[in-house]
Design a protein around this ligand. Structure first.
Ligand SMILES: Nc1ncnc2c1ncn2[C@@H]1O[C@H](COP(=O)(O)OP(=O)(O)O)[C@@H](O)[C@H]1O
Ligand SMILES: [Mg+2]
Length: 407
């Protein structure tokens, strides 16, 4: 019997479209001899759809038409099995569309990559690939991960976080940032990705613009010193708390001052001068695989070792599993390397960083599925129930509620 793998993508996220690209790429690489692939598209309204045409990228240019032909489904757990059922259900006969053995969430951004969707899948009792609820949440929060990494001796930039409440008095906020960091600073929404809402400020006017922009996307923003002579190095990690290996390192080459959404996804496979575009062929957006990059990154042996080691330590410190991409920043003036962020479901699942080390995308997906099954076997051994007689003899005394009980 083949394993029924639901590839879940889309969702209410600013990176909805990137997720569609990443997921369809993955579905093209999953080994059909081993897996029955069930594509499940989640709309921005959190409706789930499957059926013919849901795994065809061209159909996403006009989503309403696609949905008319697709089958809307809901997830139902019945005993130990979880399946996708037609919704609304048929009056007669079975509405079961497919059982599901495992979920491969290929989603990016807040609401989906941040533990929300992982919690939903976990509640359904299904094994799923990638980070669990806690590590997903930590990975999405650009602040929350930093104290943990610091605690592990992993270098990160100091930062401050501010909320809408702090922003009520813009002048005071600006003065306090200036005092603490001077210029240039970088302002980021706390929990977005793909460079959305991020900008660099080199004076007061730019800082005000940067705050205004970032606060549109999040109730909380992060401010930190902006590295002026910056090199960015990315490295993926595959594994879990027991074993984890680092991929090849890449250096994304940004056209602008900061790596923009445009650079990341819309560069259509063009490589910058002297750079090799790894992974996908040119033309159209291929998700993260289309970024202009140097791969392998031009690093000394010591730098490469440091980056790969730091990436693995970051992955394990945050309790990650599956595949994640750790993005680091090198200050060219000081030679110092910092962990900037972690992407717990990286664009294109970072397959293009594994190919140079001889791991095909198909193998990477196999590894991800095996890690998910391993975690499920481990979870099955953990005791989640605790038999007690605490409810025996409890009388809540009708309208008096809890007050009437002796606890
Ligand atoms: N401290 C910093 N100094 C200089 N540039 C930065 C700094 N932090 C982020 N950047 C630039 O902004 C880009 C996006 O920031 P990042 O934290 O990676 O957010 P995202 O989750 O949107 O990718 C980075 O790829 C880098 O180009
Ligand atoms: Mg980034």
């Amino acid at each position: 019997m083949k394993l029924k793998v639901a590839v879940l993508f889309g969702g209410k996220s600013t990176e909805h479209e990137i997720s569609i690209i990443s997921a369809i790429q993955a579905m093209q690489s999953l080994d059909r001899n081993k897996y029955d692939v069930v594509p499940v598209y989640m709309t921005k309204d959190a409706e789930f759809y499957t059926g013919e045409g849901i795994d065809v990228i061209e159909n996403y240019t006009h989503i309403p038409d696609l949905l008319k032909k697709a089958v809307r489904v809901i997830w139902i757990k019945e005993g130990k099995k979880t399946g996708l059922y037609r919704y609304p259900m048929k009056k007669f006969g079975s509405s079961l569309i497919s059982e599901v053995d495992l979920v491969l969430p290929i989603v990016h951004g807040t609401n989906v990559e941040d533990g929300t969707l992982q919690g939903f899948i976990q509640t359904l009792g299904l094994p799923y690939a990638g980070c669990d609820v806690c590590s997903s949440a930590l990975g999405m929060n650009k602040y929350a991960m930093k104290p943990i990494l610091k605690d592990h001796g992993i270098p990160v930039l100091d930062c401050s976080v501010y909320t809408w409440k702090d922003y009520e008095d813009e002048e005071v906020l600006v003065r306090s940032i200036e005092e603490k960091y001077g210029y240039p600073v970088i302002v980021k929404p706390l929990n977005l990705g793909s460079s959305i809402g991020i900008s660099k400020a080199k004076d007061e006017e730019e800082l005000k613009d940067a705050l205004e922009l970032a606060f549109q996307f999040s109730r909380t923003v992060l401010v930190e010193h902006a590295i002026s002579s910056l090199r960015e190095i990315n490295c993926a990690v595959l594994g879990d708390y027991e074993n984890a290996e680092a991929s090849e390192c890449e250096e994304p080459l940004n056209a602008e001052d900061i790596l923009t959404f445009q650079d990341k996804y819309m560069s259509g496979g063009k490589s910058a001068k002297g750079a090799k575009t790894a992974g996908a062929s040119s033309g159209g957006s291929k998700g993260m695989a289309s970024l202009a990059r140097r791969c392998p990154a031009d690093l000394s042996k010591e730098e490469r070792d440091f980056v790969r080691e730091t990436a693995v330590r970051t992955f394990q410190a945050l309790g990650c599993s599956g595949v994640a991409r750790i993005d680091l920043m090198m200050d060219k003036d000081t030679g110092k390397i910092y962990v900037n962020e972690i992407n717990t479901i990286p664009g294109s699942l970072s397959f293009y960083l594994w190919e140079p080390l001889g791991k095909s995308y198909q193998q990477l997906l196999d590894d991800l599925i095996n890690l998910a099954l391993k975690r499920q076997r481990e979870e099955d051994k953990i005791v989640f129930t605790f038999d007690s007689n605490v409810l025996e003899g409890v009388h809540l005394g009708g309208a008096k509620g809890a007050k009437g009980s002796k606890m």
